[in-house]
Design a protein around this ligand. Structure first.
Ligand code: SAM
Length: 339
């Protein structure tokens, strides 16, 4: 399971990586460079096409600029199903796109760099936005956004960021050609309100795409040792107590329908594996990082005693996990705002 994230508090925005534009109130992560946007060479179906993005994330990880390294690892680990979606959206150069709950901005930088979209990434966590901007700087350094983000005002590929709650977006009615929210709604206490806001800022006829988890679609057999399993359960319980919903995936189509979206596709994005993992494997590292991040909260909420939490984290940090079949599916719901 790779799609959780914490609810950090808002903090003041450091200015070294982000510059504020008075005209738009946006934070520029990758300003235009002057040359018209051209599609990158290669085929988005070829993993090599995305190499610059992967390199940028590796660089950010190595430089330890990530406040949430587990979210960065998750961003890196879920590239294949994420990238498989863009063709279903019909992304086009010059589209104005909102990436709500942008995190490390994978959707934003990929839709801008590969398809020439003008993407605004929104997140309520200013520290996370600083990390997202660092990613766009790293991508300029490896030539992804610098080479391909630029051009006339009407045909530029850009990435900008804005700090906002999804329930109160600082954009007018019908601003965007497409709105994407990936792994956001599972954390939001009022998902219907959030969806209403996402639909409001989408143009009539524009694309709305919500990607999220549904734990009913996930299984593992025989699964991890008892202490690790109990810590994972406690983690999920903590998310629910915070107002989140790990079964949100199945509810999204009817919520979109009720909010004025004609639902076109409900896609399953599967990932599956079988094998042992060791403490140095990315999946075990990711699980250890994520559960460590929330360990204190889990104990404070009384969901698990400290000894069990510590034992589970010790096992993940030092021991090989038994060979297990893991199936982890996300749902992507794509529709158009009704006129
Ligand atoms: C699991 S991360 C997903 C990041 C990214 N969309 C991706 O696909 O990798 C969820 C993000 O949503 C942000 N977030 C959570 N609740 C939010 C809210 N109510 N308004 C805006 N952002 C929110 C978090 O700060 C976090 O960066």
């Amino acid at each position: 399971m790779v799609s959780q994230c914490r609810h950090p508090t808002l903090r003041a925005l450091p200015d070294q990586n982000l510059t504020s534009s008075r005209a738009t109130g946006l934070l520029a992560g990758a300003p235009p460079t002057g040359a018209p946007w051209r599609p990158p060479a290669g085929n988005p179906g070829d993993p090599q096409f995305w190499r610059p993005v992967d390199s940028a994330y590796e660089q950010v990880l190595q430089e330890e600029r990530a406040r949430y390294p587990w979210l960065l690892l998750q961003t890196m680990a879920t590239g294949v199903p994420r990238r498989a979606l863009y063709s279903a959206l019909g992304a086009r150069a010059g589209w104005r796109v909102l990436d709500a709950g942008t995190g490390f901005a994978p959707v934003a930088v990929e839709m801008a760099g590969a398809f020439g979209c003008q993407v605004v990434g929104v997140d309520y966590d200013r520290d996370q936005l600083e990390r997202a901007a660092a990613t766009t700087h790293a991508l300029r350094a490896v030539g992804w956004l610098q080479t391909h983000s630029a051009g006339s005002a009407t045909n530029a590929a850009t990435v900008s960021f804005a700090a906002a709650l999804v329930g109160g977006l600082p954009f007018g009615e019908g601003t965007f050609d497409a709105v994407v929210a990936r792994f956001l709604l599972q954390h939001v206490a009022d998902p219907s309100g959030a969806i209403a806001e996402l639909v409001r800022v989408t143009k009539p006829g524009g694309v709305v795409c919500i990607i999220d988890v549904d734990d009913g679609l996930c299984l593992s057999h025989p699964g991890p040792p008892e202490a690790v399993r109990r810590l994972e359960d406690a983690y999920q319980q903590a998310q629910q107590e915070r107002g989140g919903d790990r079964m949100i995936g199945r509810k999204v189509p009817e919520m979109l329908d009720a909010a004025g979206v004609a639902v076109g596709h409900v896609l399953v994005l599967p990932q599956a594996a079988y094998g042992r993992t060791s403490p140095t494997d990315w999946s075990q590292r990711l699980l250890h990082l994520r559960l460590s991040t929330f360990a204190e909260e889990i104990v404070e909420r009384g969901l698990l005693d400290e000894a069990t939490v510590n034992e589970a984290l010790r096992q993940l940090a030092t021991e090989e996990m038994p060979a297990t079949t893991v199936v982890d599916m996300h749902l992507a719901v794509i529709g158009h705002r009704r006129p």
